[in-house]
Design a protein around this ligand. Structure first.
Ligand code: SDX
Length: 433
C-alpha cells in the first residue's frame, strides 16, 4: 500500500506521508501542507481529521470494536473493575496486585475534600445543575493543591491523579446531598470506590445505605464502560486545554463542560427525559420515531447514532443486558425500559435509521440502570464524567509526556467582511436587518 499521498494543485504535485497506526488505520500527514502549498485543510466537525496519535483507546466504528490499551471492552466488562480499568487506561498496563493496592490506597488517602470546599457548595442554589457544580468545584478544588501548577507536578502526578479520581466522586455526592438539604456523608476507609460513592450518596448519619452487590457492580460497570473513548468532544477539549500547559484539574473541568451538551454526555439525561415524555403521552414510541425522522420536528432519537460507530456501540449491548439483570434483581418493572426496547426494535427496522447507520449508543440504556439505582436524572451526566475521568487523565498524561508537545491551534477559512474601515459614530446609519 502507498506510503505517500500525492496532491496536485494548479498543476504542481505534492507528496504527503501516510501514517499507519498499530491497528492499520491510515492517515495522510498534512503537517507540512500549508508551508508547501499555501493551503490548509477544512473539515468542519473534524469527521476526517486526526488531532493526535494516541495509545489509549482504539475504536473500529464499522465493526463495533472498542479496546482500552488493546484489551476488548467485553473482556474488561466481564472480568475487571472500574478502578483496575482506570489504572490500565492511565498507566498503560493492567496493574499487579501490589500496584492496584497502592493505587487503591492513594484513592483512599485522597478521598476527602479540603473542609473549606464545603463553603463553595453553599453558594449554589438548590436547583443548580450538578454539571455546573462539578466543573466549578473541580477548579475550586485545584486551589487547595498549588503543586498542580508547580514545576514538581510530574513528581506528584500520581497523587494528583488519585485526588482527581477520588474527589470527583465526593464532589458529586456532596452536590446531591446539598441539593436535597441532606447532611454530607463522608467516605469510609473500608469501602471500595463505587460502594463508597453510593454510601456518600444515599446513607444517612443514623443509617448506612444497604449496599447490594449487584447494584454496586452495575454502577461500577457503567463507570468502566465510560472510562475512555478516543478523541470524543470532551476528551479533545481536555487535550486542547492541556496543550496550553493548563493544569490537570483545569483540563478536567473543561472536559466536564464539553461533556454536558445533550449531543454528547448530556444525552443520557435526554434519553430518559425522552422516554418519560413518550410514556406520559401514551405513545408506544411510534409517533416519536416518526417525529425523529422529520427534520422539521426538532426531535432526535436521543441515545441513537454516533459519529464513529456505524454499527452497534458495544457498550450499549453490554448495558442493555445489565439493565435486564439489575431490574430483575431489584424486582423493578420499569415501563421506560419497555419503551426503549420497542424504540430500538422499531428504529432498527426503519430505512431512515438503517440508511444512516444509526444504532443505540452508550447513552440509550445507561439511564435505565441509574434510575433503578435511585440516581436522580440530573446527575446522569455526572456519572458519565466520573466514569470518563481516567480517559481524560490518560489523554492529559500523553500531552504532558510528549517530547515536542505543541499548543493546539487549528486554522480557519475566513468568510467575514473585507476592505472595511472605521466609521466615526455620528456617520453610522442604522442597519436594516
Ligand atoms: C456520546 O464521540 C464519542 O465517542 C461520544 C461518546 C463517548 O463515549 O464519548 O460515545 C458519547 O456522546 C454518544 C452520543 C450521544 N448523543 C446522542 O445520543 C444524541 C443523538 N445523536 C445525535 O445527535 C448524533 O447521532 C450524534 C451527535 C451522536 C452524531 O452526530 P453526527 O455524527 O454529526 O451525525 P449527524 O448529526 O450529521 O447525522 C447524520 C444524519 C443526519 O440526517 P441527514 O442530514 O443525513 O438526513 O443522521 C441523522 C441526522 O439528522 N441523525 C439522527 C440522529 N442522529 C443522527 N436522526 C434522528 N435521531 C438521531 N439520534
Amino acid at each position: 500500500m502507498s506510503t505517500t499521498a500525492t496532491l496536485e494543485i494548479d498543476g504542481k504535485k505534492y507528496n504527503l506521508p501516510i501514517v499507519v497506526g498499530t491497528e492499520g488505520e491510515r492517515a495522510v500527514d498534512v503537517s507540512t501542507l500549508r508551508a508547501a502549498t499555501g493551503h490548509i485543510t477544512l473539515d468542519e466537525g473534524y469527521g476526517n481529521t486526526g488531532s493526535c496519535k494516541s495509545a489509549v483507546t482504539f475504536i473500529d466504528g464499522e465493526k463495533g470494536i472498542l479496546r482500552y490499551r488493546g484489551i476488548p471492552i467485553e473482556e474488561l466488562a466481564d472480568q475487571s473493575t472500574f478502578i483496575e480499568t482506570a489504572y490500565l487506561i492511565i498507566y498503560g498496563h493492567l496493574p499487579t496486585s501490589a500496584e492496584l493496592q497502592r493505587f487503591s490506597d492513594l484513592l483512599t488517602e485522597n478521598q476527602n475534600l479540603h473542609e473549606d470546599m464545603k463553603y463553595h457548595f453553599n453558594g449554589f442554589p438548590p436547583n443548580a445543575h450538578p454539571m455546573a457544580i462539578l466543573s466549578a468545584m473541580i477548579n475550586a478544588n485545584s486551589c487547595f493543591y498549588p503543586g498542580l501548577m508547580g514545576p514538581e507536578v510530574r513528581n506528584e502526578f500520581d497523587i494528583h491523579v488519585a485526588r482527581l479520581i477520588s474527589q470527583v466522586r465526593t464532589i458529586a455526592a456532596f452536590s446531591y446531598r446539598k441539593s436535597r438539604g441532606y447532611p454530607y456523608i463522608y467516605p469510609k476507609r473500608d469501602l471500595k470506590y463505587t460502594a463508597n460513592f453510593l454510601h456518600m450518596m444515599f446513607s444517612q448519619p443514623y443509617d448506612d445505605y444497604k449496599l447490594i452487590p449487584e447494584v454496586v457492580h452495575a454502577l461500577d460497570l457503567i463507570f468502566l464502560l465510560h472510562a475512555d473513548h478516543e478523541q470524543n468532544c470532551s476528551t479533545s477539549t481536555v487535550r486542547m486545554v492541556a496543550s496550553g500547559q493548563a493544569n490537570l484539574f483545569a483540563s478536567a473541568a473543561a472536559g466536564v463542560c464539553a461533556l454536558w451538551g445533550h449531543l454528547h454526555g448530556g444525552a443520557n439525561q435526554a434519553v430518559v427525559e425522552m422516554l418519560q415524555q413518550i410514556y406520559d403521552s401514551g405513545d408506544d414510541g411510534s409517533k416519536f420515531i416518526t417525529a425523529a425522522k422529520d427534520k422539521t420536528s426538532g426531535k432526535r432519537l436521543m441515545g441513537f447514532g454516533h459519529r464513529v460507530y456505524k454499527n452497534h456501540d458495544p457498550r450499549a449491548r453490554i448495558i442493555k443486558k445489565a439493565c435486564d439483570d439489575i431490574l430483575v434483581k431489584l424486582h423493578i418493572n420499569d415501563p421506560l425500559l419497555d419503551i426503549a426496547k420497542r424504540l430500538e426494535e422499531v428504529a432498527l427496522r426503519e430505512s431512515y435509521f438503517i440508511e444512516r447507520k444509526l444504532y443505540p449508543n452508550v447513552d440509550f440504556y445507561s439511564g435505565i440502570i441509574m434510575r433503578a439505582i435511585g440516581i436522580p436524572v440530573e446527575m446522569f451526566t455526572v456519572m458519565f464524567a466520573i466514569g470518563r475521568m481516567p480517559g481524560w487523565i490518560a489523554n492529559f498524561k500523553e500531552i504532558m509526556e510528549e517530547k515536542q508537545s505543541r499548543i493546539y491551534r487549528p486554522r480557519q477559512v475566513y468568510i467575514g467582511p473585507v476592505n472595511q474601515t472605521y466609521v466615526p459614530r455620528p456617520q453610522r446609519k442604522p442597519r436594516t436587518v
